[in-house]
Design a binder for this molecule. Structure first.
Ligand SMILES: Nc1ncnc2c1ncn2[C@@H]1O[C@H](COP(=O)(O)OP(=O)(O)O)[C@@H](O)[C@H]1O
Ligand SMILES: [Mg+2]
Length: 280
């Protein structure tokens, strides 16, 4: 926070800030000095950044930079060894994924996690983690039985609404295992949206998606942004990052190497070097 505390990489970054990370006007998410170790490997090493509410922000970096682990620390899949995660002004560090999702923060995975032997609609119905119906005693107790049925009905309506939004409602009765890679990504996003989150973390949403579906997926993301959703996107496709994000955070060896506007980051010497070093 102090002026004395200026790491050389942060000072030279595209933003040229003199604090730990750039200041964000209206942050929906702030991670502060997060560290995550696996045995001798420090996968996330003192990473700090903020996400502007309502933005589409890109999180990039060479393979092994710590992007997925950062996502996992934010969403409660892993508990950080050090540091804090603040969502919408509330410290959520170490909360379980269900509680993080309930707070309004969800993620999709690099590899889509649908259940192949269930239909698309059945997969959708599994998504919200805090349905009343999940606890058995509630569903058999006469007084709460009505509420459970109401909740299921509401959920089913919402599921159809989201499937229609993504234009995959015609696939509702298909087994998820028969979907194409791109359709799986849409289903994954649809499931994430079902919990009515404020912030969505997408881990490589375009991987394995054909160009026409990719275009559609990006249109949906922009449409959702207009509705007020915020996105943090891990994506390898630089064209996607350059054309569809407002702000880019670059990770390298577990830390934030640079951040700034897409064009500034693209021409940042350190960033170019990090990518060259990692890709040979
Ligand atoms: N569960 C794990 N156990 C041990 N090492 C891990 C685990 N997850 C990630 N790592 C290591 O942490 C580093 C960062 O990985 P990851 O977050 O997946 O990077 P990225 O998503 O940027 O490619 C890599 O060196 C990776 O091998
Ligand atoms: Mg990854």
């Amino acid at each position: 926070m102090s002026d004395a505390d200026s790491s050389p990489s942060a000072a030279d970054s595209a933003m040229g800030t003199d604090s730990d990370h750039r200041s964000v006007d209206d942050p929906i998410l702030e991670i502060e000095r997060v560290v995550k170790r696996f045995g001798g490997i420090t996968a996330v090493d003192d990473a700090s950044f903020g996400i502007e509410r309502g933005s589409i922000t890109g999180l990039i970096g060479p393979n092994g930079a710590g992007k997925s682990t950062t996502f996992n620390c934010i969403t409660g899949v892993y508990e950080p060894d050090e540091g804090s995660v603040v969502f919408d002004g509330t410290d959520i560090t170490g909360r379980t994924p269900n509680r993080v999702a309930t707070a309004g923060l969800v993620r999709t995975f690099q590899i889509a996690r649908e259940f192949p032997e269930m239909t698309v609609l059945e997969n959708m119905m599994l998504a919200p983690k805090n349905q009343l119906g999940e606890s058995l005693w509630r569903s058999v107790a006469p007084r709460t039985r009505g509420a459970v049925i109401e909740e299921e009905k509401r959920l089913r309506e919402r599921a159809w609404e989201v499937l229609e939004f993504f234009e995959i409602d015609h696939l509702a009765g298909e087994y998820a295992g028969t979907l194409s890679g791109g359709q799986r990504k849409l289903l994954e996003l649809a499931r994430a949206l079902l919990t009515e989150p404020e912030l969505l973390l997408l881990d490589e949403p375009m991987a394995g998606v054909n160009p026409s579906l990719e275009k559609k997926l990006l249109e949906h993301i922009h449409e959702l942004q207009e509705q007020g959703y915020t996105f943090l996107l891990v994506e390898h496709d630089m064209d996607v990052i350059m054309n569809h994000t407002e702000h880019v955070i670059v990770m390298h060896q577990g830390s934030v190497l640079a951040e700034g506007a897409p064009e500034a980051v693209k021409s940042n010497e350190e960033v170019i070097e990090a990518y060259l070093g990692g890709e040979v």
